[in-house]
Design a protein around this ligand. Structure first.
Ligand code: RP5
Length: 172
């Protein structure tokens, strides 16, 4: 199969949310992609309210050079599954917290995909949004050594933070 020609400004990650009400959470993913200097785009598409647009978007993503899709949605959260249904790009699902069920509804709707159409589902909420971006970065880093280096530095910084916190606790 031929590789798609890429230019540096082409988005490698599409971050899709079901509603603008998801944006405060999705910002955590966006901030992380920015921190790693990954090209991304942000879209609002709904599996329920704009189903045809969501399907068309997923169908065209690969040919536009996108390499990973992130879908964030809450409630009967079918967005990530819809993207996965219409694309063979890796899809990462972020379950958005909800008022009545705390996001358990979003989690189960996103994670419980039937056999054959996977969605890599992260935790409910901000940790999940950040991890969705990091997982996308790890996928891109399989073929991007500069990104892999940044990922290595990030992990080292995480380790240092924990070691510092542990030293501070011992001094209490
Ligand atoms: C989902 O329904 C969206 O992803 C959002 O989390 C939830 C509520 O959407 P709004 O009613 O706030 O637009 O499709």
């Amino acid at each position: 199969m031929m590789n798609q020609a890429r230019t540096p400004s082409q988005p490698q990650v599409s971050v899709v949310m079901g509603s603008t009400s998801d944006l405060p959470l999705v910002r955590k993913a966006i901030e992380t992609l920015r921190e790693f200097r990954v090209e991304y785009e942000v879209k609002v598409l709904s599996a329920h309210r704009t189903p045809d647009k969501a399907a068309d978007f997923a169908k065209q993503a690969r040919s536009r050079g996108v390499r990973v899709l992130i879908g964030a949605a809450g409630g009967a959260a079918h967005l990530a599954g819809t993207l996965a249904a219409h694309s063979t790009l890796p899809v990462i699902g972020i379950p958005v917290p909800t008022e009545h069920l705390g996001g358990l509804d979003s989690l189960l709707s996103t994670v419980q995909m039937p056999s054959g159409v996977p969605v890599a589902t992260v935790a409910i909420g901000e940790a999940g949004a950040k991890n969705a971006a990091l997982l996308a970065i790890e996928i891109l880093a399989l073929t991007d050594s500069a990104l892999l280096k940044r990922l290595g530095h990030y992990r080292e910084a995480l380790t240092e933070q924990v070691e510092k916190a542990a030293r501070d606790v011992r001094q209490e």
